[in-house]
Ligand binder design. Structure first.
Ligand code: G
Ligand code: G
Ligand code: MN
Ligand code: NA
Length: 255
């Protein structure tokens, strides 16, 4: 069955595409960014997310190929938006721990954007704390500093769910903290989650970092976050991840 899986994956590789979820400014309500999220359009299964496919790709040794395909598609989409005069916003790209185990990461990530003349300043690299786990810290700091020097922004994803988060904030060139959606989903004033969210926002501001709340589904959550000074929000309240054409329409309408 493993050969069968390899074959299926190879055949369907061309169906892996980025969808884009808007990032909203909580004070203006405008779209100020997009996050590229991997999707697999399958005729039988419908649209599938990373939960079902990413692990399979990784097991088959195709994590890098999948990432290269995502980056190529994202760079193509951004080039097309520039050419069509779509209001430009930064696009966030998720990097997996597997990618950090391979050499040539900086070259791999920069090439598709350089080839298409997409400015690196428009790319935000999202890194989870699991990427940082068990890695040579000095080497990782140097890699992230190189990305930063190129103009990429660095975001710490799923913040608060990982390990030794606070050390990472002073060791790595972090521009953005993304509050994990588990803290946002039960956000009520006086709750433990509210205390944690408040603390993350305060921390981000003191460190001069932007802060994004993920998984915002209700008006009350957005209002609470805005009141506390959270900069940006993503979530089904605004939009899930949508195909490139729909993202383009959102940018034209809302940016
Ligand atoms: O959008 P969704 O719920 O399906 O994403 C699930 C998880 O998969 C998220 O944590 C996200 O960070 C991760 N993910 C989504 N797209 C990509 C991608 O292109 N590359 C990597 N490495 N992870 C992704
Ligand atoms: O990279 P990251 O793990 O943060 O990816 C975000 C994940 O959260 C994606 O799988 C995305 O589809 C999902 N997501 C986005 N908005 C919402 C939301 O409002 N609620 C929930 N439960 N999940 C969301
Ligand atoms: Mn993310
Ligand atoms: Na996240």
């Amino acid at each position: 069955t493993s050969m069968l899986n390899v074959a299926r994956v190879a055949v369907r590789d061309a169906l892996v595409v980025p969808y884009y979820q808007p990032k909203i400014c909580l004070s203006t309500g405008r779209i100020v960014g997009l996050e590229a999220l991997l999707r697999w359009r399958d005729d039988l299964l419908g649209v599938q997310g990373p939960d079902t496919i990413a692990a399979a790709f990784e097991d088959l040794g195709l994590a890098i190929a999948m990432s290269d395909r995502m980056l190529g598609c994202i760079a193509d989409d951004m080039r097309r938006w520039i050419d069509r005069g779509v209001p430009p916003v930064p696009v966030a790209v998720n990097l997996s721990p597997a990618e950090f185990r391979h050499d040539g990461l900086v070259d791999r990530i920069t090439r598709p954007f350089r080839q298409r003349g997409v400015p690196f300043e428009r790319i935000e690299l999202e890194i989870t704390e699991t990427v940082l786990l068990g890695r040579d810290t000095d080497r990782l700091a140097a890699t992230l500093a190189t990305f930063h020097d190129h103009g990429f922004r660095i975001a710490l994803d799923d913040f608060g769910t990982g390990y030794a988060s606070l050390t990472h904030l002073k060791t790595f060139p972090v521009d953005v903290i993304k509050i994990d959606k588990t803290f946002v989903s039960n956000l009520r004033a006086e709750s433990h989650d509210a205390a944690i969210v408040d603390a993350i926002i305060t921390l981000a501001k003191r460190l001069d970092m932007a802060v994004v709340a993920e998984g915002v589904e209700q008006d009350e959550q957005a209002e609470y976050l805005a009141r506390r000074g959270c900069n940006y929000a993503q979530g089904y309240l605004y939009s899930g991840a949508v195909p490139a054409e729909a993202a383009e329409a959102l940018l034209r309408a809302g940016a």
